[in-house]
Design a protein around this ligand. Sequence first.
Ligand code: SAH
Length: 347
Amino acid sequence: MKKVDLKNLPPEELEAFLADLGKARFRTRQILRWIYQRGICDFSQMTDLAKDFRQELAEKATLSEFVPEVIEKSEDGTEKYLFRLDDGETVESVRIPMGEGRSTLCISTQAGCAMQCEFCFTGTFGLLRHLTPAEIVNQVCASLKQGPVNNIVMMGMGEPLHNLDNVVKALKILYSEDGLGFGARRVTLSTCGLIPEMEKLGRQVRVGLAVSLNATTDEVRDRLMPVNKRYPLKDLMAACRQFPLQPREKITFEYILIRGVNDSPADAKRLVKLLHGVKAKVNLIPFNEHPGSDFRAPGEESIERFQTYLLNRKIVTVRRASKGQDISAACGQLKGQMDQTPQDSGG
Ligand code: SAH
């Protein structure tokens, strides 16, 4: 019988697994604390469990663990971790300092991505595979050993809603009070706009929602994000209006500014119209140039003009600071470099 990786199990499934072994409910809490609060991945070290119980766990279960294969540190404090998976694939996480010793961790949900957005470097790899719940959670566990993690954003490699079941399980593990204990307000999931899965997500679990909008007409969005042909802007905005939110909670709309493509005053004007009646804030991201694309970042002036237009219409608009410019910052870039190095001949 194949051993179960307990890191794949949300608390209720861990409880069921232990119930099958005839164990009482409080064992779930005990084991969650060992794994996630103390970072112990070796059953023999779980000293408040009876010896024969630890033995039985070791026979029936495993606990996977990530150790970064590469750590890149930027001068601005941004750190990027590359993790190698059991089958040789690689994924990345990025810790972004937020001041006052706090940091946000950006994690991946797939190796590669199937969405084929034209501006995105990860897309050039295609979808290699979905990450398991354990592989999503292990990015957080490993990063916590490097420093604090105050907020988590699922904005790394992959489309989280294309891997919905595993992402929901991972969220439940992140939220578990006896485990990692992240509140839902501290976790954000970013999607390119898979509408049916957005609706499912809203029914299944609470999480902050970010939507990558990136264009204000179907014509431009069709070209930048092929997903728009299936789920065009009108339907996407309707789904956003329906998405369950807490009082005062907003949806974050990410908008990459690409020179000459979507950065005009007319775009700013259309964006305001699109967001009408949506509890929204806007995150402007100057395009991060990379070898996979001819797109360019806009000039400083047009970024400011775009932001000012939104602010003047009372739309909360922040500009995402470009961090880690000196460490292959854009999503997928570290993976891109690693996969080209000669010593990486395995897969
Ligand atoms: N698939 C999800 C999450 C991964 S992409 C999504 O689409 O939201 C995370 C964010 O990075 C998205 O907002 C995306 O638009 C942005 N992004 C991707 N490539 C970029 C680049 N080269 N420059 C700036 N932002 C980029």
